[in-house]
Design a binder for this molecule. Structure first.
Ligand code: ADP
Length: 541
């Protein structure tokens, strides 16, 4: 090898906040606090406080490699911990507060959290778990002295007191960029949650890779409302990519209703926002009701589950906001694909573009994708063949914390999704491997049927599950929530679907329910649904 003359610096998370502090000192971070009021400060102040907190962590006995848990909404103190914890060499474990209590105790124990930082909201939750938090040595309440609660929790500290005790002349250490920086557990719809461990290197490359114009297209001109929780895959990596690009960050705290979200989008002149479809459903509902508009917004990133066609049309045609449909998962940091139209597709009329817009998009440099059949043969990119979707790349996991590696020597990670890839490279999720309905040797996509069902004007939400069938092994059962005053007849719904799918894909029956079960990240919990309908048998025909 011929040696290069380039300098070598390990890719450190602390370098992001150092950069923002030095080069975008006056750019604001605005937070709706748990205590109520809006808080605003600049990257300059944030950088200083991150160093103060890094020092304070040392005083609490946190060493390199120790795990530090957070139970917090999106806010400036949570953002500070992203840098003070990882920057000092410890590992940030963002706990999803929507997990069931036992699962929460499980992940805190499994990750081995030594300190837990909590918002005021979650004090009662922690009090209930107190006897299960064996190895936790300190609890830090993310508030000031004035708002410190009375609590039965032991060894509690006040966040602002810890900060105020330090000078801020801390120096960020340099260490191996492959060291762990943060842990995020998947929501565990099957079995216990599993921990994905990110590194400084993977986090920085992901932040750079997702910032590019074919990615989120971030720049210092953006004001970003980060609705996607910081406890879920590092807020899709934007907790890092935002400061890296000098973007103004707006953090909504616990208030996720349409009115509160709109208030921030408007007042902080947000140009970009990221969230799952459920949140956008609430926002567009509020916009319709109030007549409010989105004059500053340019782009909205929607992922986590498939974006309904009506949502794309509403944002683009009624509010002039470009929809970026994205796919990813905890295991891919999370960015996998984003949907941008290639020039020849952009040249089509709007109706013709829709087929591509509904797909999950093209991969960005840094992640590679393939689809394979059950024997691991690679399938063609023809938009028709569907198979198991596999990923590999700089920010794709090799397995789960405490378990055997999940990938072989070729490095392909099985995502658990079933997908097609078309000739232009657009990937489309057709199902989860465990949700697909295997009927007489053919696969029926539950997602496709759900999407069609919600297209019926009376259907609010739909789920399709496989039910055992004596002749076909499995057949689809459609379960729907309808508008209270417009419940259609079963036959009417099936006729509506029959016009849109092949006969053999038509659900065998429809069940009406008041609500469908959802998991900790707001997704349909099909495991629970299968459990609820385990005694269901199809009517004799
Ligand atoms: P969980 O903790 O539930 O695994 P993730 O955010 O990691 O949460 O979920 C990843 C899964 O969510 C993907 O494997 C895929 O099934 C689904 N998903 C994510 N984005 C999309 C999308 N745009 N369209 C359809 N499904 C999606």
């Amino acid at each position: 090898m011929f040696p290069s003359l380039m300098q070598q610096h390990p890719l450190m998370i602390s370098s992001i906040i150092e950069f923002a502090e030095r080069w975008y000192p006056d750019v604001e971070v605005v937070s709706r606090t748990t205590e109520g009021p809006i808080h605003r400060y600049t990257y300059k102040e944030m950088g200083h406080r991150c160093r103060q907190m890094a020092d304070a962590l040392g005083k609490l006995g946190v060493k390199k490699g120790d795990r530090v848990g957070t139970l917090a909404w999106n806010g400036y103190r949570h953002l500070e911990l992203y840098y003070s914890v990882s920057g000092s060499g410890a590992v940030l474990h963002t706990v999803n507060p929507r997990l069931f209590a036992e699962q929460m105790a499980y992940v805190i124990d499994h990750a081995g959290d030594k300190v837990i930082f909590t918002d005021l909201t979650f004090i009662p939750l922690l009090e209930n778990l107190a006897d299960k938090l064996g190895q936790v040595e300190h609890i830090v309440v993310m508030t000031d002295r004035e708002h410190m609660p009375d609590t039965t929790l032991q060894n509690t500290h006040c966040y602002e007191d810890l900060i105020n005790a330090e000078s801020g002349d801390y120096q960020w250490p340099e260490f191996d960029e492959n060291s762990a920086s943060s842990i995020c557990y998947t929501s565990g719809t099957t079995g216990n949650p599993k921990g994905v461990v990110y590194s400084h290197r993977s986090t920085l490359i992901h932040a750079m890779g997702s910032s590019v114009p074919n990615g989120l297209g971030l720049s210092g001109a953006d004001s970003i409302l980060l609705v996607v929780p910081q406890f879920h895959v590092n807020a899709w990596g934007v907790s890092y990519a935002g400061p890296m690009n000098g973007c103004k960050l707006v953090l909504p705290g616990p208030a996720m209703d349409g009115k509160s979200i709109h208030e921030l989008l408007d007042q902080e002149q947000c140009t970009l926002s990221l969230a799952v479809p459920t949140i956008w459903m609430m926002l567009t509902g509020y916009l319709k009701e109030s007549g409010a508009m989105l004059p500053h917004m340019k782009r909205v990133v929607i992922g986590g589950s498939a974006v309904p066609e009506a949502m794309i049309r509403s944002f683009e045609q009624e509010y002039d906001v470009q929809v970026i449909h994205a796919w990813g998962m905890t295991e891919t940091s999370p960015l996998g694909t984003l949907n941008f139209l290639l020039p020849h597709l952009k040249a089509l009329d709007y109706e013709a573009q829709m087929e591509t817009k509904l797909k999950q998009g093209k991969t960005v440099f840094g992640v590679d994708l393939r689809i394979v059949d059950d024997e691991n043969n690679t399938l063609p990119h023809d938009g028709k063949a569907f198979g198991k979707l596999q990923a590999r790349g700089h920010w794709v996991t090799s397995g789960y914390y405490g378990e055997e590696p999940s990938v072989g020597p070729d490095g392909w990670f099985d995502t658990g999704d079933v997908a097609t890839i078309d000739k232009d490279g657009y990937m489309m999720i057709t199902d989860r491997t465990k949700d697909v309905i295997k009927s007489g040797g053919e696969w029926i996509s539950s997602i496709e049927l759900e999407n069609i069902a919600v297209g019926h004007p009376a259907v609010v939400e739909a789920a399709v599950i496989a039910v055992p069938h004596p002749k076909w092994d499995e057949r689809p059962l459609l379960i729907v929530v309808t508008q209270a005053d417009k419940k259609p007849k079963k036959e009417e719904l099936l006729d509506f679907i029959a016009e849109r799918v092949a006969r053999w894909q038509l659900p065998n029956d429809v069940q009406f329910v008041d609500e469908l079960p959802h998991g900790a990240t707001g997704k349909l919990n099909k495991l629970k649904l299968r459990e609820d309908f385990k005694d269901y048998v199809f009517p004799a025909t």
